[in-house]
Ligand binder design. Structure first.
Ligand code: ATP
Length: 215
């Protein structure tokens, strides 16, 4: 069967649906309507129905969606049925917090290697994850066939390290630095700039107040 290309906006909502459906399944719920789902994940039900229709889904009028079926389906799409190993570069405050975060419980993702310049950290195990010196980065990433990296280094080191990551064959970078790193077109970057996000929130609150529901 040809793979369905789903819109980016839909793809972004999938983990949200998946997480809530898992929650429902754990609570013993077997079916869910788009309206219930809508209230829980705060996406309007027409959007949910449209999103699900991209998968040829699956809902029955007056019955709703079968929770187990949806989970099995999303698991495949999200690759949740296999463990994804991710590396982290820069084991500072933020890096440590991410090492301690249990990605695996929610998403079958695991940080399996860390890298840092600091000789006090390199060569140790932090939160159960081996931390390697930067000199080993390219080799280790290749050897461990890691394709995704979380970048939590100081801004001025970000581009050099990114160049090394590209050399190592990395396909995706979750960039926590404020720098807009340059990568070739076959590498995907997801920017997460916490300080800017917070500043944006403060700005909006100061200028516009809270969002009116469904505005
Ligand atoms: P944060 O809270 O931003 O993670 P921090 O204040 O703990 O940071 P930073 O100076 O931002 O520390 O550095 C983050 C981590 O990146 C540190 O553990 C530091 O040793 C490491 N680091 C700094 N420069 C490099 C580099 N060129 N290559 C790899 N790691 C680096």
């Amino acid at each position: 069967m040809a793979e369905t290309i789903i819109p980016k906006a839909t793809a972004k909502r999938l983990p949200l649906y998946y997480r809530y459906l898992t929650f429902l399944a754990n609570a013993g719920t077997t079916k869910v309507s788009s309206t219930e789902l809508s209230e829980a994940v705060k996406v309007d039900s027409a959007t949910i129905r449209r999103d699900f229709s991209y998968f040829g889904a699956l809902g029955k009028r007056g019955y709703g969606y079968d929770v187990k079926d949806l989970i099995t389906f999303f698991k495949k799409i999200l690759n949740q049925d296999r463990l994804t190993n991710v590396a982290l570069v820069g084991v500072g405050n933020l890096g440590h917090a991410l090492l301690n975060y249990n990605f695996r419980q929610a998403n079958n993702i695991r940080i399996s290697a860390g890298f840092d310049l600091n000789p006090d950290i390199a060569g140790t195990i932090q939160s159960g994850v081996p931390i390697y010196p930067m000199a080993d980065m390219v080799e280790q990433l290749k050897e461990q066939q890691i394709e995704i990296v979380i970048l939590t280094v100081p801004t001025d080191a970000a581009q050099d390290i990114t160049d090394g990551l590209v050399k190592a064959g990395i396909k995706g970078i979750m960039n926590f630095t404020p720098l807009r790193i340059s990568v070739p077109s076959y590498v995907r970057v997801q920017n997460v700039d916490l300080a800017t996000e917070l500043q944006t929130l403060i700005y909006f609150l100061e200028h516009y107040g809270p969002t009116l529901k469904d505005a």
